[in-house]
Design a protein around this ligand. Structure first.
Ligand SMILES: *[C@@H]1O[C@H](CO)[C@@H](O)[C@H](O)[C@H]1NC(C)=O
Ligand SMILES: *[C@@H]1O[C@H](CO)[C@@H](O)[C@H](O)[C@H]1NC(C)=O
Ligand SMILES: *[C@@H]1O[C@H](CO)[C@@H](O)[C@H](O)[C@H]1NC(C)=O
Ligand SMILES: *[C@@H]1O[C@H](CO)[C@@H](O)[C@H](O)[C@H]1NC(C)=O
Length: 942
């Protein structure tokens, strides 16, 4: 579906100069355009002779010509402002006392203990604000003692689709970020699609986000113009009223002001996305760019030539020609004038290299490469970009989802910073929920980005790269009053706003905050990943995965702070003594002793053992993940790396050779090993696009292949179906009818056999559903089946984002849930009624369900996030504020998941354990260093 480019004929460039040429032109005009032109030209000469001043169209053109040389940015006197242009009259002044302020100054290294005064939408003072200067405010001033809390600038998201790709996704109001009318569309504006009813605004503000650059999507090589907004509600309720320093072009087609123009934003994309949409090769995409830029260059050159004459007073030369202009291309011409922040979605080396060449061919600077999963491999190429090296705007660990992202590394931020490039962490909201953008900075910090740069990556650096650093991204006198009061150090896991100010207006009406342990007020210590980072470069993002077997049959882990063990279906912390750290002895993959040094160690043991100091680490059950197709796919965007989808009898005819409607597919038959996304164990159901899934299986993600001893833990775990809106047919009620028939009538084939086992309570039925209404219907159906068979059906709801509404009913019906994902977001209508947790609600959905004694596990939606499961559960435990113990938290990501999906959890001695160094499994501070595997009789060192 290749489209032709809508290229317009440019006005012809003018490069003629001087009298001789003017004469030639006169002849040319007279000869070829006839007497009309002759008369006009003469008339012009007459007009000029009489008035000694330019005719009106020339006066207008002169104004345009003068404005061309104005650089973009704030007016020189911007910082003389006394009041913000976004100030809302009636907003009360606020004084925050006793704050620990990360100001953004000195490269993000300045932290001061001070008071902050907010008024007129601005930060009016930092430091000790004198009593006399406060007296002027009389009773109006709201004083908040923040008691030493961390305060940072509001979070600035450099890459968002908030409002344009709005949530919940509805056919009438989302997907407004991508036009598929052509690969080159610099004339489109994200502002024109900004939905003011996106649920995300309030959610993202509750995570501290105050400003976002809303970009068009990446379906086009040139996708259009981005706009910067502040997220708060405005009394006007309009998209326009949300804009931060909009370019003057929102009101007038062409710039006609003597003021400095404001920064504009332009989205570009290369690589897979435009290629997929337009059936392009990379060669086609780059030509599309060059053709467009050539067009813009022609217009620019004709303008420059015109203006050279106009500004030199050679008005006669201009004749009646108006200033050369083309509305469709004016924004791209502005790019060539260096007055646009070009934001380029670009991943792979080949694409980065292409765009760097493009910038040099057409001589325009770019602000940032976005996603840029291979930028860390080619920092010197980035430095060759025209004018200045672009920043790199990244995800922390969201990688490998397509070829372009396959070599992504968690060490990229640190490597790029070490190469002197500016690092920004971005959300691509709703790809990642921007409410948790700070978490991206936390992860970048854990993997080696320095503290100052990690906080700057979501505040001052992102503000600078979008051209707004003169007013947001810092806590400085005269800057916008956008700031966040945090309940912990901003880089501590789970940092949550206690209050968020935008334009001096507090955004959280009744924030719920819980006390954090005092250790959370310090920056977390982070593990040393020097070797891993060096390997990322050495192996171009694909370091060898094969772990090393321990040198000896006997491995002695010393200095162990916590040991968590499996006991039946639960996790228990074993005590190793009050003040000293303990040891764990492992012989041939089995833990043979854990406790105090003296109780476990004999001289002969020491003689044989490989001793590993865990420096206050832990031993804990390996985590189990569910929800993503781990073991059935390697690269989500590449079908040749995947098992593929099962046939669904509700949607199509199932070939009789597999058993027709009675077929039931086993995930175990499609398992592939050696993947880069891993935890310890995965439970995976067959991939499916509709109602029917099949039989899940569980396996060790680190095993080499299916035939390795102990690789597959359980061939069949549970029977899986999905009950969801699939867009029209089959309806929810049709899906329930199918499920009822499968459970209550005798059905042919494998399906009949397994569903009968479900009805008789022998096998677990896992139903993926989010809507509380669907869940209620499933509870009714469960009772119906139990009445018919006199059984107790084992039912688990997965997804379950609205399950908290039915916590009591689920507990009574003995139905457990696996919440996917851990931190809920209203992606779709059937997920609208989430319980968002602190600071918006007192409790999280997990805490509500647990307090009703529902068995709860957590899961993931995409394979790349499996690795973050330990942080997910650590965060969930923190958020529950003491309602969830560490033992329960580990169970959420291990034993509970297994129990809920038909796992045989009792055999304690047979499950893999993980060893961490420098902290326990749930800590940002710890590093996983070993796997203890009794089934495989070994210890793997990572
Ligand atoms: C900013 O901080 C980083 C990391 O702390 C350092 O490497 C870099 O040199 C600093 N830049 C300047 C301009 O001080
Ligand atoms: C656009 O026009 C409106 C109405 O005249 C004005 O309030 C606003 O400031 C203008 N905005 C820009 C960016 O020129
Ligand atoms: C480990 O297993 C091997 C092979 O079965 C055996 O020879 C060895 O003695 C065992 N070591 C220990 C410490 O049990
Ligand atoms: C949950 O279980 C605990 C321990 O068995 C019990 O004390 C508590 O009352 C139960 N809560 C509810 C809401 O049933």
């Amino acid at each position: 579906m290749e489209k032709t480019l809508p290229i317009h004929t440019p006005p012809s460039p003018r490069s003629t100069r001087g009298g001789a040429v003017r004469f030639a032109k006169f002849v040319y005009l007279a000869a070829f355009l006839g007497t009309a032109a002759y008369i006009l030209s003469e008339a012009y000469g007459f007009y000029y002779a009489v008035h000694k001043t330019a005719p009106p169209h020339v006066a207008a053109a002169l104004a345009r010509c003068r404005s061309l040389s104005l650089p973009a940015g704030p007016a020189p006197n911007f910082h003389h402002r006394k009041e913000s242009d976004r100030f809302v009259p009636g907003t009360k002044p606020h004084l925050l006392k006793n704050a620990r302020i990360w100001t953004g100054a000195d490269n993000g290294t300045e932290v001061i203990h001070a008071d902050v005064l907010l008024d007129k939408g601005l930060i009016k003072g930092i430091g000790h604000v004198s009593r006399s200067s406060l007296q002027a405010y009389k009773d109006d001033l709201v004083v908040i003692d923040v008691k030493g809390a961390w305060v940072t600038p509001g979070i600035v998201d450099l890459h968002s689709h908030i409002g344009d790709s709005s949530s919940p996704a509805l056919e009438g109001a989302s997907g407004d970020e991508n036009s598929i009318q052509g690969p080159i569309q610099p004339w489109l504006r994200s502002l024109d699609g900004l939905n003011t009813h996106d649920e995300s605004y309030a959610l993202s503000i509750s995570g501290g986000v105050t400003t976002a650059l809303v970009l068009p999507g990446s379906a086009n090589a040139i996708g259009g113009q981005g706009f910067t907004i502040k997220l708060r509600k405005t009394s006007e309720r309009t998209p326009s009223s949300m804009l931060l320093e909009p370019p003057f072009q929102i009101n007038s087609s062409f710039l006609e002001t003597a003021e400095r123009p404001r920064w504009r934003q332009m989205k570009h994309a290369c690589g897979e996305n435009p290629s997929r949409v337009y059936d392009f090769t990379r060669m086609d995409t780059v030509w599309a760019f060059r053709e467009a830029y050539n067009k813009a260059r022609q217009i620019k050159e004709s303008q420059d030539a015109y203006c050279a004459d106009a500004l030199a007073g050679n008005h006669a030369v201009l004749g009646n020609t108006p200033f050369p202009e083309d509305l469709q291309w004016e924004a791209l011409v502005d790019v060539l004038r260096g007055r646009v922040k070009v934001q380029v979605h670009c991943y792979e080396t080949v694409d980065l290299d292409d765009i760097v060449r493009l910038t040099n061919e057409f001589q325009f600077p770019i602000a940032a490469f976005h996603h840029a999963h291979e930028a860390y491999l080619v920092p010197d190429t980035l430095k060759k970009a025209y004018d200045h090296p672009p920043a790199v705007a990244m995800f922390a660990t969201h990688a490998r989802y397509k070829r372009e992202a396959y070599r992504g590394s968690e060490f990229a931020p640190r490597i790029l910073a070490q190469n002197g490039l500016s690092v920004v962490m971005k959300s691509d909201h709703p790809v990642l929920d921007s409410r948790h953008l700070l978490y991206e900075a936390q992860q970048a910090y854990v993997y080696g980005l320095p503290e100052n740069l990690a906080i700057a990556a979501v505040t001052s650096t992102s503000a600078e790269i979008m051209g707004m650093g003169h007013r947001v991204g810092y806590i400085k006198e005269g800057w916008d009053a956008d700031l966040v009061i945090w309940d912990s150090h901003p880089l501590a896991l789970g940092a949550t706003p206690k209050q968020v100010f935008i334009d001096g207006i507090p955004q959280l009406e009744n924030p719920y905050v819980i006390g954090k342990p005092s250790s959370f007020q310090q920056k977390p210590r982070v593990p040393n990943f020097d070797k891993e980072a060096a390997d990322a470069i050495k192996y171009e993002g694909l370091p060898p995965l094969e772990p090393k077997k321990a040198d000896s049959d006997v491995v002695l882990f010393t200095n162990v702070k916590n040991v968590f063990r499996r006991e039946g279906g639960e996790v228990r912390e074993a005590s190793i003594g009050q003040d000293e750290h303990g040891v764990v002895v492992v012989e041939n993959g089995s833990i043979t002793c854990s406790g105090k040094y003296a109780a476990c160690i004999t001289p002969s043991l020491l003689a044989d053992a490989q001793v590993i100091d865990t420096r206050g680490g832990s031993v804990a059950p390996g985590l189990a993940t569910f929800g993503a197709p781990l073991g059935l796919e390697e690269i989500a965007g590449e079908s040749s790396t995947k098992d593929g989808n099962v046939y669904d009898p509700l949607l199509q005819t199932v070939p009789s050779v597999v058993g027709g409607n009675g077929a039931l597919i086993r995930a175990a038959d499609g398992l592939q090993f050696g993947g880069r996304d891993s935890v310890t164990k995965a439970i995976t159901a067959p991939e499916h696009s509709g109602f029917f899934a099949g039989l899940s299986t569980s396996f060790y993600t680190g095993a080499l292949n299916k035939l390795e001893e102990g690789a597959v833990i359980q061939n069949v775990n549970a029977v899986h179906v999905t009950v969801r809106h699939f867009g029209g047919a089959p309806s929810i009620s049709t899906q329930i009818a199918a499920l009822r028939r499968l459970l209550t009538e005798s059905v042919e084939g494998e399906a009949g056999k397994w569903f009968k086992d479900v009805s008789e309570g022998k096998v677990t039925l896992a139903v993926e559903a989010d809507s509380a209404d669907v869940i209620a219907t499933l509870i009714v159906l469960k009772k119906e089946v139990e009445a018919k068979f006199g059984s107790t059906v084992k039912m688990t709801i997965t997804g379950a984002l609205e399950a908290h509404i039915l916590a009591q009913e689920l507990a009574e019906a003995n139905v457990g849930i696996i919440q996917v994902p851990t931190r809920p977001f209203p992606t779709t209508w059937e997920r609208l009624r989430i319980l968002p947790g602190n600071p918006l609600t007192e409790q999280s959905s997990l805490a509500v369900l647990l307090s009703h004694n529902v068995t709860v596990g957590i899961g993931i939606e995409e394979s790349w996030s499996a690795r973050n499961t330990r942080f997910d559960i650590g965060w969930a435990a923190l958020e529950a504020g003491g309602l969830i113990s560490k033992e329960q938290a580990i169970a959420l990501g291990s034993t509970n998941v297994e129990t809920l999906l038909g796992g045989e959890v009792e055999a304690e001695g047979l499950h893999d354990m993980v060893v961490t160094e420098g902290g326990d499994l749930l800590d940002l501070e710890s590093k996983v260093i070993a796997i203890i595997s009794p089934r495989r009789s070994l210890v793997h060192l990572l």
